[in-house]
Design a binder for this molecule. Sequence first.
Ligand code: ADP
Length: 471
Amino acid sequence: MHKRNAILLLGIFSIIILIAAQIIIIKGVWRQKDEMLNLRYRLFCQDAIELLARQWSTDGFDTARMIIGSKSEMVLKMMAEKKTDTLSAEERKDLFDYVSLALNKEEDLSAFLSRYFELRGIDKDFTSRIVINRFELVDYDRRIPVYMSEEFASRMLARSDTARRNTPPPDMRRQARSNEIMIKRFGNEYNFYRLDFEFGIDFSDKQKMILREIATSLGLSLFSIILVVSLFIVTYRNLMEEKRLSNLKTDFINNMTHELKTPLSTITVAGRTLEMPIIRTNEEKILETAKMIGKQSVHLNQLINMILEISMWERTQFQLEKKRMRIQDLLNEIIFSFKSGGGKGAVIECKYDFGDLEVDLDPIYFTTMINNLLSNAVKYCDTDPVIEIEGFIRDNNIIISIADNGIGISKNDQKRVFDKFYRASSGNIHKYKGLGLGLYYVRKIAEAHEGDVTVSSKPGKGSIFTITLPL
Ligand code: ADP
């Protein structure tokens, strides 16, 4: 039990380590691919930007800069008229929004990049993003910046005011967009303003692109995990099955010894009795003892034959000698001899009427099969046994069911009772004698006739064994 748990724990532990290692490897590969993808696009973009500058002498933001220039001039004029060098918060916000709108709407770089990517045959579905780092109005008469953009101002503030740790760093927004690839930083001074911004592109299905690239390694590592897990499950199950079989064999040997010992000790005692001088003169006693020896030898022989026969099936196929039989007569015969033999005290109710129906079957094996079920019905019964035998034809099959009022079989044992050597209630194994072969025999015989046998049972209520044989 402890060894089993240790193996199970070790197995689960190794599988967890394997999965963790695979996750780490895949994460590494993912990061690498992500960086390579970024690099590739950045290089492509640089090429594109150079081409744009060479052929059209622009960086794609000329229109935007012109618009921002005239707006700045207007604002500065308005400030000069008002004789002020500051703007109200609202005016500043308006100005900032205007600048970012102009940059975003009037830039030509995105369209150019898209066309360039298309020509190169790479993914062209991206969204562009512009982050303004700094915007200042510059009054050239006074040569000072009169207005700084909110963001730039707040950055300066955060840098100087390190004591206020609870304010989030102002460039948090940028880090949040991990998919974005920063392409270029544009910054310069123009008429009436200074502007510094970054241009980035963002592939919404970048994850998909990476996934496509690492699909093989991901698939292989998933496959290896599944393979190892299944191998582990199969090995563990085999181990448990072997353990179960070896336990069953030990039980079987114990039971067999027990079964064989009973007739043997009776014979030994009988032999000693025959040696006694008083007995030797009593003919009646001699006859009685001899009969007992005979009966016990037959029983012993039956037991040994059964074991031999079963070990023979393991090696060769079952050989049936089928005959055409009237099933009604055969069943009646079996039940009649059972009543006068092992089933003496049992009440047997016969509810079948097969009429003149004739079936091909091996009468000896068929008799053994029914007998095993009947004797189990008597053996596994703690009160007066009442056995009900039903029989009918359904879907071209002969159905014979044998119901008893015995101790019943638990759900768990029901799955196993037809297995070789299996005995339910192994805790109390000697209360009901047996070798765990009777039902195994029943199933083998039913299968040899191309039929099968099933059980349904409720512990404490009784069991019903149903044999189905094809016509
Ligand atoms: P054996 O009787 O020699 O133990 P069997 O193969 O005939 O072996 O039966 C296997 C097990 O199934 C038995 O140990 C018993 O626990 C259970 N069993 C079989 N028939 C019945 C029955 N009619 N009622 C209750 N339990 C049964």
